[in-house]
Design a protein around this ligand. Structure first.
Ligand SMILES: [Zn+2]
Length: 230
């Protein structure tokens, strides 16, 4: 399920969003005056100025995004029970399945998300804060799936929907100005997603995430059309 997401997301993120997203509500780190905070991120107090701040902000903004959408449809979003940073081998088990290094995952039995902090921070350092704003919304996509009536026959369907949800979350946060994207970011993002995905089209395998084309199409659909299209 959420396991081994990192294998794919790492490939995806190498090519995507090199520092292109700025968390606007904490002030833009590239703005020396710090004069551009946006007021729309009420309730998410973390400052997106460093790794820890961006991780907390991505969690808060993503959960707020979903809480509002659940509310709009007459239901209630259940926040995750825990958000666990681990390092290498010391992550939490999910059921009887041990966590693995260099990964992020959603655990349905505990309704929590865990991430290898050194791995995620490494991507953050190499590629910029966009890494955090893709990995975390993807995992929250799985947390949302767990609250909906979805019966996926194949893992790839679950993974592609999580990509779609991540795209919808990202564009939703940009639209509500909680995040700001540099000019051309979305085109660059979508173009580069083409290079992501499983190397084969073995969609029946348990951990399949989908081919590059499938992942790009799914993310792009969510980004362009929103949650309802996922
Ligand atoms: Zn996943």
């Amino acid at each position: 399920m959420g396991h081994y997401d990192g294998v794919i997301l790492r490939r995806l993120l190498v090519l995507v969003l090199a520092g292109t997203l700025a968390a606007a509500c904490g002030g833009d780190t590239r703005d020396p005056t710090g004069a551009s905070p946006r007021g729309s991120a009420v309730g998410c107090d973390a400052k997106g100025v460093d790794f820890a701040g961006d991780v907390e902000l991505a969690r808060c903004l993503t959960e707020r995004f979903w809480a509002r959408r659940f509310q709009a449809s007459g239901s209630t979003y259940a926040p995750i029970s825990d958000f666990v940073a681990y390092n290498g081998e010391d992550g939490p088990d999910c059921g009887r399945e041990p966590s693995v290094p260099n990964n992020a995952f959603y655990c349905p039995s505990g309704h929590f998300i865990a991430y290898d902090a050194a791995w995620l921070e490494g991507m953050y350092d190499r590629m910029g804060d966009g890494a955090v704003y893709l990995v975390i919304p993807h995992e929250f996509g799985h947390a949302v799936q767990a609250q909906l009536v979805n019966d996926f026959r194949f893992s790839v369907q679950r993974e592609l929907q999580a990509d779609c949800y991540a795209g919808a979350t990202l564009s939703g946060l940009i639209q509500e100005q909680a995040l700001q994207a540099d000019a051309g970011d979305d085109a660059e993002l979508l173009a580069n997603l083409e290079a992501a995905g499983d190397p084969t089209d073995a969609w029946w395998t348990p951990d399949a995430h989908g081919t590059a084309a499938q992942r790009q199409a799914s993310f792009a659909k969510g980004f362009a059309q929103g949650v309802g299209a996922c």
